[in-house]
Design a protein around this ligand. Sequence first.
Ligand code: PLP
Length: 396
Amino acid sequence: MMSNGVSQALERYATPFFLFDEGELQAQAARIRSWMPANVQLCYAMKANSFVLEQMSREVERIEVCSEGEARSCFALGIPDEQLVISGVHKEPSFIDEFVREHPHMCRYTVESKAHFDMLAKAAQSAGHPIRVLMRLTSGNQFGMTAAEVKELAQRCAKLPLVEFVGIQHYSGTQKTSLKRVARELRKIDNLIAELEAAGIPVSELEYGPGFPVSYYDLPEEDQAQLEGLACGLADQLGQMTFDGTVVLEIGRALVASCGTYATRVVDLKSNKTGNYAIVDGGKHQFVYYGNAMSMRQPPCQVLPSKQQGSVRAWNFCGSLCTVTDILVKQLEVQDLTVGDALVFERAGAYCMTEGISLFLSRDLPSVVMRDVHGSLRLARERIETYVYNTPGVHV
Ligand SMILES: Cc1ncc(COP(=O)(O)O)c(C=O)c1O
């Protein structure tokens, strides 16, 4: 699944950069869809990568939006309101008021708490047009509400003509590899839906986040095989539910991980009695690989250009931060490593570029390069200086 535009991108653009491949993005969305029953819809959780939002909005029915900033990205790109699910544990009243008033065709709002419900109901009342809500069922953490609260609020909707209860949202976490856990969750949801319907409250929709995993430390083929197994297992489980309304799968990581590549170049080499160190122009402020907090594991990565001659040595690739924890990969054996060589990571399309400690040391944010379906490259974001955010008075 390696983005094959990386060599051309290295010739054209200064490192460090992320490269997102639109062809792979389309292919992955099509694969996931092909494993699901035809009536299952897809919702892209845009927090995974907002650079591919526009492309992804053409591949999926919905976009899950978790903050005002994410919503503003959608508006800026002209993503239709009819696709947007306004979600998130903290909904600021000012932006909810504005969205409800000015976006009458917003697809859905999720309700995370009774306070959210009151805020949304009030906003709909003053806007004078209806909104459609999904009640988020908690999995036992700070997100969502208990089944009893969901029932209470769904019942209240019956008395509020401008708040239409459509269904349930449930997401219990990312990187889920257990089908048993998925089956347990779906049973619980199915029971709740049955109770609601028995109480005379129709439920037409389930928006479910399966938390599909990406196994970063396995080969891409093994990773895809695991995903296919889990997706087909989920499709079976959905078929066993009594609920027969619309199912929407909310997915981030598994949709976009495979379309991304991160490239950073070696800027210095040194050795001492503890080992060989290659300093790169990127680092952990720009690039976080799930599960590799202390660089205990070796993610698949390669050095370009690959060389056939010269001595092979094991290198610790360290980023540009002033912390000993800024190690991207340890003890990677490389032939004839020299300053200017690039270190390239695959499956960097989900979360990797936003979960870093971006402001530490006031280093730049990396540039972002897009590769379209014809193989053409274009710059989607220049490198961005961050010192302005760390300097008093500069950004007031
Ligand atoms: C409510 C919700 N839905 C969907 C997602 C996407 O999850 P994943 O990237 O595991 O598919 C998240 C991720 O945090 C989430 O919070």
